[in-house]
Design a protein around this ligand. Structure first.
Ligand code: SIN
Ligand code: MN
Length: 264
C-alpha cells in the first residue's frame, strides 16, 4: 500500500466510526492563497446568492461558487479532494452543494444544532446519506472564532426532528435553510443530552486545514467572539447514484449537474 492509500484508508475508517475525519494533508499554500483571493473577490461582488447576518449588512455566506468561479470550479476537481470524497462515499461523485461560511470578527453568528441530511432528504429528496462534506478552512479556526463542533458517532442516529423527536416540521423558503434561524434545527436540550452519549469534538486548525463530515452527523457552531475572521469552504460531494428525487431549491443550493467529476 502506498502512503496515500494508507492515509485514505485511515480517513475512511475514522469516518465510518466517528462520522468525521481529518485527512493528513492540508491544502498546499499556493492553492490556499489562490482560493482566498478568489473568495475575497466573490465577497466584494455582492452576488444574489449571498446571505447576510441579521441586520443585512455583514456577509454570512456565499453559495454555488463552483458554478461561476474558475478557481472554485478547479478546486472541486482537485485530485486529493476527489480521492478523499470517492473513498468516503464509495462511488464516483458530483458537487451537490458548495458554500462558504464567513464568520466576521465579533459579528459572525452561530449555527444551531442540526443534521444536514435532514434538509437534503426532506427538502430535496436525497435518497440516502451517501454524500460527504469536505471543509477547507481559509482562516485559522480556534476555540474563539466559532469552530464547527460535531458529536462523534451521532451519524448513526436517524433524522432527529426540530422538537427533538423523529417528527419533522414544515419548510419555509431557501433562506430558512442557510440563515442563523435554521428552519430545521435540533433543540439545545436534545443536543446536550446527545453530547452525553456522543463526544463533542471541535474541528480546529490552521488555515488550509481539511476535514470531512457525514451528512447525518449532529453539529453546530458558536458565535465568533474573537477579533479573527473564520471563513470555511464547504464542498458537499454526493454519490452519482444518490441524486435528489424532487429538488426544487435554487441550483446554487442543489446542483442539478450530476455527472461524475473528473480530476483537474
Ligand atoms: C454548517 O452547519 O453547514 C456550517 C456551520 C458553520 O459554518 O460553522
Ligand atoms: Mn450543517
Amino acid at each position: 500500500m502506498t502512503d496515500t492509500a494508507t492515509q485514505l484508508a485511515r480517513a475512511g475508517a475514522d469516518y465510518r466510526r466517528q462520522g468525521w475525519c481529518v485527512p493528513a494533508d492540508p491544502l498546499p499554500p499556493d492553492s490556499l492563497a489562490r482560493l482566498r483571493t478568489a473568495i475575497e473577490g466573490i465577497c466584494a461582488a455582492d452576488r444574489p446568492e449571498s446571505v447576510y447576518e441579521e441586520g443585512g449588512v455583514v456577509l454570512r455566506a456565499l453559495h454555488g461558487c463552483h458554478r461561476y468561479d474558475e478557481v472554485c470550479a478547479a478546486l472541486v476537481r482537485t485530485p486529493a479532494l476527489l480521492d478523499l470524497a470517492e473513498e468516503l462515499v464509495g462511488d464516483q461523485v458530483y458537487v451537490y452543494q458548495f458554500k462558504v461560511n464567513i464568520k466576521s470578527p465579533r459579528q459572525g453568528g452561530r449555527w444551531p444544532w442540526h443534521q444536514d441530511f435532514a434538509f437534503w432528504a426532506l427538502e430535496d429528496g436525497m435518497p440516502a446519506p451517501a454524500a460527504v462534506t469536505v471543509a477547507i478552512s481559509l482562516d485559522e479556526v480556534h476555540a474563539g472564532n466559532g469552530p464547527l463542533t460535531v458529536l462523534s458517532g451521532s451519524h448513526r442516529l436517524g433524522i432527529i426532528g426540530s422538537d427533538g423527536s423523529e417528527a419533522l416540521g414544515s419548510w419555509g423558503t431557501w433562506t430558512d435553510h442557510v440563515s442563523a434561524k435554521l428552519a430545521h434545527s435540533i433543540p439545545d436540550e436534545r443536543a446536550e443530552a446527545l453530547a452525553e452519549r456522543f463526544a463533542a469534538h471541535r474541528l480546529l486548525g490552521q488555515a488550509g486545514a481539511i476535514s470531512a463530515f457525514h451528512p447525518s452527523i449532529v453539529h453546530s457552531s458558536s458565535d465568533n467572539t474573537s477579533d479573527d475572521r473564520r471563513t470555511v469552504v464547504f464542498i458537499t460531494y454526493n454519490s452519482v447514484g444518490n441524486a435528489p428525487r424532487h429538488a426544487t431549491r435554487p441550483e446554487f443550493l442543489v446542483d442539478r449537474d450530476t455527472r461524475p467529476l473528473t480530476r483537474a
